[in-house]
Design a protein around this ligand. Structure first.
Ligand code: HEC
Ligand code: HEC
Length: 324
């Protein structure tokens, strides 16, 4: 990677432009709260049968239901806000007892398969979860996020809520009750629908849209000059394959990141490179939400990279020193 100098305003504009247009996309669903649960099952996919639609719908209602937390205060959507590409607009999110999460809430998008390990980097910032189905129970049981220690009791509570009855009948058969497996399957089906494939960047990549001159310049910088694309692959199906890297946020690493999973010191301070779709909506940035704007992110790559033993070789000069 060449030394990145973004002090020139035109260059910064071109760059912010391309990062921004990767991002422009809108989600079709409208959020619902548990107070206004919709028991009419919409058609989520043309041609999908009623059972499948009902499972997706069940996942959607569960995603917005605060009853999934031990004190009925927090839903998945409290931290994963649809209007923000299912991310949160704060460095650390607030859990059921007003305590803060240890990392920044991730945007949930473009997960192409429940078994993500087959297709690319596993889930969470440190990749500790290879399977979306089994991820679902983790935030529910997390002592900061939703605080459930007894799943039988949670399922009893949910099964007693009348609005689940008609949805469950259609999703899993008349008279069926909600199980942990049924809940995970339904939420997985819902989350797999968070696909953003039609940003202006995507359209231009497949030749069905065009970019203005400044954006073309930004794309060149992103794809070629600064090789951002080597870690942030924006192509459909490749979002999750970007791997784990250290980008030199700090010289003395605070959060071990990937090392917590592998135990290897060469993974200390490595994090998953996020998919940059919708990035204009997902501030603050990085695993600890340290940057409030894209300008701050670009300033980091331009002249903020800190030396540490695991800094990616892509972000080093030919003589091995950190790009700065
Ligand atoms: C209190 C805030 C909070 C709540 C509630 C919450 N999450 Fe999260 N979520 C996070 C944080 C923080 C991360 C990143 C954690 C990490 O990497 O260590 C995350 C990560 C994720 C990811 C990983 C995305 C990826 O691309 O790797 C998924 C999927 C997810 N959450 C789904 C859910 C679901 C489903 C629920 C509800 C059952 C939920 N979350 C509830 C804060 C929350
Ligand atoms: C060596 C791999 C690598 C390269 C090259 C790279 N990035 Fe990153 N990028 C990452 C990783 C890893 C993260 C998350 C780091 C963390 O949170 O500790 C990240 C985070 C980001 C974020 C924040 C995303 C979010 O949701 O928080 C943006 C924006 C970004 N990079 C843009 C760029 C741009 C623009 C370039 C080119 C100038 C670039 N990146 C080059 C690996 C890379």
């Amino acid at each position: 990677m060449k030394r990145l100098s973004l002090r020139h305003p035109m260059l910064l504009a071109a760059f912010t432009g391309i990062v921004f247009i990767i991002s422009c996309n809108k989600f079709k669903n409208t959020p619902i709260s548990s107070a206004e649960v919709d028991t009419n099952i919409p058609q989520y996919f043309a041609g999908a049968d009623e059972t499948f639609n009902a499972q997706i719908h069940l996942g959607r209602v569960l995603f917005y239901d605060k009853n999934l937390s031990v004190n009925n205060s927090i839903s998945c959507a409290s931290c994963h806000k649809q209007a923000l590409a299912f991310a949160d607009n704060t460095a650390f999110s607030t859990g059921f007892e007003n305590r803060l999460t240890k990392r920044n809430s991730m945007a949930i998008q473009n997960i192409t398969s429940p078994m993500i390990s087959i297709e690319g980097s596993p889930l969470f910032w440190d990749g500790r979860e290879p399977d979306l189905n089994s991820l679902i129970a983790k935030p529910i049981a997390n002592h900061i996020e939703m605080g459930i220690t007894d799943f039988d009791q949670l399922l009893k509570k949910l099964n007693s809520l009348s609005y689940y009855r008609p949805i469950l009948d259609k999703a899993y058969g008349t008279g069926s009750t909600l199980s942990l497996e049924g809940m995970s399957t339904a939420m997985t089906q819902f989350i797999l629908m968070f696909q953003t494939l039609h940003s202006r960047f995507d359209e231009a990549q497949v030749g069905s849209g065009s970019l203005n001159a400044l954006e073309v310049r930004g794309r060149l910088l992103f794809n070629t000059t600064y090789n951002c694309v080597s870690c942030h692959n924006p192509m459909p199906g490749m979002y999750q394959s970007s791997g784990f890297h250290n980008i030199g946020l700090e010289s003395s690493i605070q959060d071990k990141g990937r090392m917590d999973v592998t135990g290897n010191s060469s993974d200390e301070g490595l994090f998953r490179a996020p998919d940059l779709h919708n990035v204009a909506l997902t501030a603050p940035y990085m695993h600890d939400g340290r940057f409030n704007s894209l300008d701050e992110v670009l300033n980091h790559y331009s002249h903020g990279i800190q030396e540490n033993k695991n800094l990616s070789h892509v972000l080093r000069n030919d003589d091995g020193s950190a790009l700065k």
